[in-house]
Write a protein that binds this ligand. Structure first.
Ligand code: WQD
Length: 328
């Protein structure tokens, strides 16, 4: 009896897989390795499947039956906001088509439990300081639109045939729970700052004239290990017999940090001075996006345990651990 984790060879997915296997859960990973890395999985079985490809429904349904899947955690998706702006049709095909294939295969195979990876990007530019699950969902890029469409699809599947789901709206994920599971794609602030510092370059700050205390954008940075723990808690919650009263939960810390505060954390952790290059605002950047986390605590009993310093420290340490020992 296995839990199937799609996207399980990815940065976030591999953390979920490692927590599940550490508590004795049998896991099978589905991943096309377009961004994921097989070396993150150790002995965990990997089925190399593009969930958005033609024929994926039959392949996935057969796999679910073969491994006796009891639940699916679906993380496989494209997540680059800038890329989604350039390739919207491809993002809809990959992300909405992918989750549609997974859900259809689950129905065919009789698998009735799904944890779905959603995103704070569904909120677009929130009107309130703290974003609750009832805040307006008006994504401002195709990436966020595809995540919201996926939520609608899994909810409709619950109404149509009883699929039990929880959609987790990730805020800004960063850090490393284990050195070998670090984020190797420098596409978000924390890994981008690390890459700039390693190259001896000044980190770039997109705008210091936002309506925030220090003028730089504020986000809710949540440690990837805490996020992975939320997936395990969601799985356990769905395993209880009672009907899930909610199907969407924010996963963040409830605390905002500005870009300059992230840079300060790097300075504290590395002991190096971090002098940024301030440039113009990035198009589409909301000034402030921070999660209300009352619901996720009420429903799952989950709270983030790691703070911004722990996120930056684990990022720096994982990077150092990856540098080959000189002269070895
Ligand atoms: C964070 C802040 C930038 C780089 C992402 C994506 C998606 C989603 C949520 C999961 C912004 C600023 C960045 C840099 C900077 N996650 N910045 N200099 O835009 O909040 O959204 O997180 O679904 O991954 O939607 O994340 O890391 O790109 O930017 O000043 O070199 O850092 O302007 O304010 P974002 P980000």
């Amino acid at each position: 009896m296995s839990v199937v984790v799609t996207g399980g060879a990815g940065y976030i997915g591999a953390h979920v897989v490692r927590l599940l296997t550490a508590r004795g859960q049998e896991v099978v990973v589905v991943d096309d390795l377009s961004a994921g890395r097989a070396d993150r999985l150790g002995a965990v079985p990997l089925e190399r499947v593009d969930v958005a490809a033609d024929g994926a429904v039959d392949r996935l349904a057969a796999l679910f039956v073969q491994v006796g899947a009891t639940a699916v955690i679906h993380l496989a998706a494209r997540k680059r906001v800038d890329e989604s702006m350039a390739l919207p049709a491809w993002y809809y095909r990959q992300n909405v088509g992918g989750v549609a294939n997974v859900v259809e295969a689950m129905q065919q195979a009789g698998v009735g439990t799904l944890v779905y990876s959603s995103s704070a990007a569904v909120y677009g530019t929130p009107a309130t300081a703290l974003v609750t699950e009832d805040s307006a969902t008006c994504p401002v890029n195709p990436y966020g639109e595809t995540k919201l469409a996926g939520e609608w699809l899994v909810r409709a599947s619950g109404r149509a045939w009883g699929l039990r789901t929880l959609a987790l709206r990730y805020f800004n994920v960063a850090g490393a729970g284990w050195d070998d599971l670090r984020d190797t794609q420098a596409t978000n602030l924390v890994p981008l700052v690390l890459a700039r510092l390693r190259a001896g370059l000044a980190p770039v700050v997109f705008g210091a004239d936002h309506a925030t205390p220090d003028g730089t954008c504020v986000r809710d940075y949540v440690h990837v290990l805490d996020l992975a723990r939320a997936h395990v808690a969601a799985l356990d919650h769905l395993a209880t017999p009672d009907d899930p009263e909610v199907d969407v939960l924010n996963v963040g810390t409830g605390t905002g940090s500005s870009v300059l505060e992230v840079l300060d954390a790097f300075a504290r952790v590395t002991g190096a001075s971090v002098d940024p290059e301030i440039v113009g605002r990035r198009a589409g950047d909301p000034a402030h996006v921070v999660a209300s986390v009352d619901e996720v605590h009420r429903v799952l009993g989950w709270r983030a345990e790691l703070d911004l310093t722990a996120i930056v420290r684990s990022t720096v340490e994982a990077d150092l651990a990856a540098i080959p020992a000189s002269g070895a």
